[in-house]
Each structure stands twice: as C-alpha cells, then as structure tokens.
Design a protein around this ligand. Sequence first.
Ligand SMILES: C[S@@+](CC[C@H](N)C(=O)[O-])C[C@H]1O[C@@H](n2cnc3c(N)ncnc32)[C@H](O)[C@@H]1O
Length: 263
Amino acid sequence: MKQSLMNLIRKLGLLEEADYVKFLLSSLNYFFRNRKFKVDNPDIVLPPHFMLFESFGKMDYASYYEKGKESADDILELLEKHHTLENINLLEWGCGPVRILRHIPEILADKNLSVYGSDYNPETIKWDKASFKNINFSKNELLPPLEYDDNFFEVIYCISVFTHLDEETELKWFNEIVRVLKPGGIFLLSIHGESSKDRLSEEEKKIFDEHGCVIRSNVTEGKRSFTSYNSEKFMRERMLKDVKILEFIPGKKNEQDIWIVRK
Ligand SMILES: C[S@@+](CC[C@H](N)C(=O)[O-])C[C@H]1O[C@@H](n2cnc3c(N)ncnc32)[C@H](O)[C@@H]1O
C-alpha cells in the first residue's frame, strides 16, 4: 500500500514535495530528542536541518552522530584488512555532511594520513569546508571527473552513493574512482542488492534478475529519492569486471551490499 502510494507520487513527479513533507514530520518526531542531544553535546557541530535529512533520511541527531561513528569504525576495520591506513591519502566520495568522514581523523590520529571528501552538492561542500578544517574537501559535478590526479589515493570508500545514480552514471563513476586510485589501492562501495529486492514491484524484480540494474527516477539524479538496485551478476560482470574483488558482503535484510576491490 505504502509502495503503491510512493509509485504514484513518483509518477506524478511530486517526490521532492513528498520528501519535504517527510522532512517536516521527521523534524517534529525527533524535536525533543534533538533538543536534548544539543543540550548534552554543545560542542558537536551539526549540519543544517534539511542537509542532514536529505543525506540521512531522518532528522535524528543522535543517530547521525553515533551511528556515523559506528559506521566509520566498521568501514575502517574492513579497509584495514586489505590495506595499511598509515601514511596514505584516503577519500570518501559522496561524503555528504560528513556523517562518517568527520570521525576518521580522530580515530586514525596516530596514522599520519591525509583525509579527503568530495560531493556534488555545493551547499553541503560549503558547510563541510567551513566546519571541518582537518579534512580536504572538493566539489565534483554529477558526472566525472574528480579534481585529483591519476593514482592519487591508496584508499577510497563511498556509502550509499551509487544507490542514487543511473546505470551509465554508476559505470562512469566506477571508472573515475579507479583512475584516481593507485595500483594496489582499494575501493569499498555499497549498493542496494538482493536484500533490498523486497522493495521492488514484480516487474522491477524481473528487470533486476534479467538485466541486473533497476532505476527509480522521475526526480533529480543523485538525490536520495532517485534509487538504483544492482544484482550480484551486474556487479561482477559489468561494474567490477576489470578489478580484483577482495570481498563481497551481502547486506542483511534491507541493508546495502558491500564490495571491496583492488586496482
Ligand atoms: C544518501 S547520501 C549518503 C551520504 C554519506 N555517504 C553518508 O553515508 O552519510 C548520498 C550522498 O551522495 C551525494 N551524491 C549524489 N550524487 C553524487 C555524485 N554524482 N557525486 C558525488 N556525490 C554525489 C549526495 O549529495 C549525498 O551527499
């Protein structure tokens, strides 16, 4: 029922308006919890309201901050299995309002690494630059390139970015990430895979199984409500065909799949 309503809203081209209503409801829902979080944590810099909602999907400061720290710990643990984190250049592509990236300089304070973040949203990158002087930020466009030289990074990750891009855009960005990655460098990425298939209609499930990529559009590409789903076969045979796959971690129900590859 909820899904059919969302499909109708998408068809009518009203998703951005519907998302704004969700933002207002979420702000109301978390109003008291957020007020308490701010009182308890006066030194934690928080992103502007809609910026937080657009990247995170709910207006929950505690979850943005604490789950962001947990995700940073989990991602770094996975990355460190495959590459040293000492004396490297590390990039989060599609960093948004640094839910994860903000924690990395502190967690890896003894590793002497340089931390970079890039995103296509100009407002977000402006806020990131003003708020976190210990991270190097740059703005990219919807399509590549990044401003960095070939082979510049040892380690790159992105969480929930390919999930909001069209099929061709996904493939172009994967190639661009490989360009800026050093030979031997690693890339961790997340996608909506098999475990998100429940959300698809019967027709979309058929496309997922046969073609491997389902796109839900009719809203600006890159926004949270523009969504894509990729099958394991699509990932192995199309996106990741020219790199070495180090790890594939299928998402649990409604979680994203994680892939780690080496150039
Ligand atoms: C769902 S949010 C995730 C943000 C962050 N990675 C996190 O996990 O909190 C998706 C992010 O991808 C960014 N994005 C979308 N398309 C992009 C593109 N072509 N290049 C860089 N960033 C992009 C959006 O601006 C947004 O910040």
